[in-house]
Design a protein around this ligand. Structure first.
Ligand code: ASP
Length: 321
């Protein structure tokens, strides 16, 4: 029997880190790195996706993710438009399926979806011929965030393999934590999640991480990844911590908890004074703006990858040469 396997079929969508293999991640990160070079030029636009259409469908608030997808599409010369639930027919009760069918009538190449419900991007994917990118569904997944975080770590620390990352805070409500744990596992890095017992979902180890309730456990990590307290996903009347002040003193990342050589990341938006002390957020150890910048190049790379998979290995480098 021959060892030669046929090449993997192009991936149609990016819905979850679970759907990726290490090669996929490496390829997207390589493309992102090549694209980063293009952003240093005076003329930042590349013709790569000219004539393509990217629609952003956002049912939840967003600053970084939405602006970076819009700019990513524009930098690659695609046409792009954004539909937010407020002010669209979604307000009038149109179902997600009908909205997907309506937008699909314009033949978009990519639909980027953010939604408070788990599985919404998958539902859109079932009702469109476009490629679908999950830009965050409830507390489930946020795959492009995980990819941009890997890119940020690799650029700052020079490697991913063997890196030790402590993810601290409200893991229970965090799609960022779930995607990142899986992505770190995929590339051979070590993830440790740390938080009060009430904010650590049972069974999270199964995603490929160690777990601790002791904040001192972050001391060994190369990266301290701070999560936002996600009040909007906590039901009213549900108390996960005695008070934000107490949380800040027990688990907040202040200067005394960051050791020399560690870097600190946060997906944003930051609650300064709760999960992160402003003195850390504004310090040289913080990679928060690097993450935002990475968001642009990684989302460019994701759009590029979905739309030109067959030719992905060479042309991007040739084009940028
Ligand atoms: N911006 C990230 C998200 O959409 C993180 C957060 O909101 O805390 O999940």
């Amino acid at each position: 029997m021959s060892d030669l396997r046929p090449p993997a079929p192009p991936r149609r969508h990016l819905l979850s880190i679970r759907g990726l293999e290490r090669d996929d991640v490496e390829r997207v990160l390589e493309t992102a790195r090549a694209l980063a070079g293009s952003l240093d030029r005076e003329v930042k636009k590349l013709p790569t996706l000219r004539g393509r259409t990217v629609v952003n469908l956002f049912y939840e608030s967003s600053t970084r993710t939405l602006t970076s997808f819009e700019l990513a599409a524009k930098r690659l010369s695609a046409d792009t438009m954004s539909v937010r639930s407020a002010g669209s027919s979604v307000d009038k009760g149109e179902s997600l399926k009908d909205t997907a069918l309506t937008l699909s009538a314009y033949d978009p190449d990519v639909i980027v979806v953010r939604h408070p419900s788990i599985g919404a991007p998958e539902l859109v994917a079932r009702n469109t011929a476009a490629h679908v990118v999950n830009a965050g569904d409830g507390k489930h997944q946020h795959p492009t965030q995980a990819l941009l975080d890997l890119h940020t770590m690799r650029e700052a620390l020079g490697r991913l393999e063997g890196l030790h990352v402590a993810i601290v805070g409200d893991v229970r409500h965090s799609r960022v934590a779930r995607s990142l744990v899986q992505a770190l596992d995929l590339v051979g890095a070590r993830a440790l999640v740390v938080g009060p017992p009430t904010l650590l979902p049972r069974g999270i180890e199964a995603l490929g991480c160690a777990v601790s309730t002791d904040i001192r456990a972050i001391a060994d990590a190369d990266v301290v990844y701070v999560l936002r307290m996600q009040a909007e996903r906590m039901g009213s009347g549900e108390a996960y911590v005695p008070s934000l002040r107490e949380y800040a003193s027990s688990y907040g990342i202040g200067p005394e908890r960051v050791r020399r050589g560690q870097v600190v990341m946060h997906p944003g938006p930051m609650n300064r004074g709760v999960e992160i002390d402003p003195r850390v957020a504004d310090s040289g150890a913080a990679l928060v703006t690097d993450q935002v910048r990475a968001g642009l190049v990684v989302r460019m790379a994701v759009l590029y990858d979905l739309l030109t998979v067959a030719a992905v290995r060479e042309p991007v480098h040739a084009e940028l040469a």
